[in-house]
Design a protein around this ligand. Structure first.
Ligand code: KIV
Ligand code: ZN
Length: 526
């Protein structure tokens, strides 16, 4: 295991290529303004290098690189160029106004690139890259060289091109696994070999960089293997966007190094609390990420299984190896679904300060499972509102019983509407409207205040709407009433007045049952 303490030699530079390798992939094209905004966020994230684009590719790319170089301060701004004079001139011009800039030149070196694409020998390739690096050095001292498809380039050829690039003046040699072909052991060995060449040709200051594609899902693992073998720059992109299956994902690499510092002994300068926000920004500009994407996916810190939720409530480290706050998320979520257990459900009741006794587990659980199952059919979860309306209050009423059984509207008393509330113990309670302006709902509320003083309907605590059309139309009425608790319940009926009356009585009964349930728990504790 590497020691916990780290030195400058253990610092990994983050070279972000979201705006170049990322942007050039299907579904990721961005306009200039979007690129500027993302570049700004990358600077806030504290990446070391922003590869802003490929200036020769189009006038739009040139302008975007130029604007990023002009407006963004902090990171080095890099422009990509093939080993062609016009490419290098464009990259030089586009990055001219940067505070710090880099020109990144590349040429294919694997047999298939040499023979099928470039029709060049190794000697011709070395000649081209040396000339190009020298030309790039006329614009900046910071030149990076990449042998494209290094992953499939023979070791002896790779050693020759890397040595030539370093002696021509490149400061960074990047080893792309362009088609994501390597596996970690193999790629790690390759980086160790390149590092040895760099030590003899470029000196200790030469940086070896990794650039891995994800065709076999190994981009992050390969990048880390490379870093374990001496690479101190990693090329990666937000959300792993990039050609085909993408590049190595920046957020995964950064959090892997941070979370397993004990194993790797490496660190980056990234402000990790900004990871979620920039991931969402890039997803918005390109395409959504999958729910279970590591670090930034919706499910990355969400738990549904009962055993996991129970563990999380006892100690978060049972099922989480990172703190959600460290990547910019508010916290973990215990999602209530059909796999959830009563620990998470009861914990949610506790958050709402509702009385709950563990012994009554079975009643709550049965109702919860029925609601969660019906939601699962539509791939949905039980929301907090549903948990209260459809689970908690029905369960409490089931245990404590219905108190008001019927409402009867009687003759008017002194010209005011009057009702009789019939209760389960046989008493009849009269409710009378306070004046001639008040209606039936007010009369019922006045009767209810004789049972629980101070019950109120809060502002906006009552609504009735129609569902369905014509002869199928049904009125759905929802009331909230409160004293110690705020309780909301709904009822549906073809007749609007009946729906309202039933909803109000149902809501009151839930409130009454909750108060009685609380008393019962208190008595049991005495
Ligand atoms: O994957 C690759 O080879 C590249 C180079 C241009 C660095 O993106
Ligand atoms: Zn690439």
């Amino acid at each position: 295991m590497a020691p916990e303490t780290t030195t400058d030699e253990d610092r990994v530079r983050i070279f972000d290529t979201t705006l170049r390798d990322g942007e050039q992939s299907p579904g990721c094209t961005m306009d200039e303004e979007t690129k500027i905004q993302i570049a700004r966020s990358l600077a806030d994230l504290n990446v070391d290098i922003i590869e802003a684009g490929f200036p020769i590719a189009s006038p739009g790319d040139f302008n975007a690189v130029k604007r990023i170089a002009t407006e963004i301060r902090g990171p080095i701004i890099a422009g990509l160029a093939r080993c062609l004079p016009e490419d290098i001139t464009r990259a030089g011009k586009a990055t001219a106004l940067a505070e710090k800039r880099r020109i990144h030149v590349f040429i294919g070196t694997s047999p298939v690139h040499r023979e099928e694409k470039l029709h060049m020998t190794v000697i011709q390739i070395i000649d081209a890259l040396v000339r190009s690096i020298k030309q790039a050095l006329t614009f900046t001292t910071d030149v990076e060289f990449s042998p494209e498809d290094a992953g499939r380039t023979e070791d002896d050829v790779l050693k020759q091109v890397v040595a030539a690039a370093l002696s021509a003046g490149a400061r960074t040699v990047n080893i792309p696994d362009t088609v994501g072909y390597c596996w970690p052991g193999e790629y790690g060995d390759k980086i160790a070999m390149v590092r040895a060449v760099a030590d003899s040709e470029g000196g200790k200051d030469a940086i070896v960089s990794v650039h891995c594609h994800n065709d076999l899902g190994l981009a992050v693992a390969n990048s880390i293997a490379g870093m374990q073998h001496g690479a101190r720059q990693v090329e990666c992109s937000i959300n792993g966007i990039g050609e085909r299956s993408g590049n190595a994902s920046l957020e995964e690499i950064v959090m892997a190094l941070r979370t397993r510092k004990d194993a790797f002994g490496l660190y980056t300068g990234i402000e990790t609390k900004r990871l979620l926000a920039i991931s969402q920004q890039v997803a918005h500009a390109t395409f959504p990420i999958q729910r279970n994407k590591a670090i930034v996916g919706d499910n990355a810190f969400a738990h549904e299984a009962g055993i996991h939720q129970d563990g999380m409530l006892k100690a978060r480290s049972t099922y989480e190896i990172m703190r959600p706050e460290d990547v910019g998320r508010d916290g973990s979520t215990l999602v209530l679904g059909k796999h959830s257990g009563m620990s998470a459900v009861a914990d949610r009741f506790k958050q709402f300060e509702l009385p709950y006794k563990k012994n009554d587990h079975a009643v709550f659980s049965k109702i919860f499972k029925a609601v969660a199952d019906s939601k699962a059919m539509n791939n949905k979860y039980v929301t907090d509102d549903e948990l209260l309306q459809d689970v908690y209050f029905p369960a409490v009423v089931k245990m404590m019983g219905t108190f008001i059984t019927k409402v009867q509207v009687t003759d008017k008393v002194n010209g005011r509407i009057a009702v009789i509330l019939h209760t389960k113990d046989g008493t009849q309670i009269e409710g009378v409207a306070s004046d001639e302006e008040e209606g039936e709902i007010d009369a019922i509320m006045n009767g209810m205040r004789k049972i629980i003083p101070n019950v109120e309907i809060p502002r906006d605590g009552f609504k009735t709407g129609m569902e369905g059309k014509g002869s199928n139309a049904t009125a759905v009425s929802t009331f909230t009433i409160q004293n110690d608790y705020a309780v909301t319940q709904s009822a549906a009926h073809k007749n609007t007045q009946t729906a309202e009356r039933q909803a109000l009585i149902k809501t009151f009964n839930a409130l009454y049952a909750t108060e009685k349930y609380k008393e019962l728990i208190a008595e049991a504790q005495e």
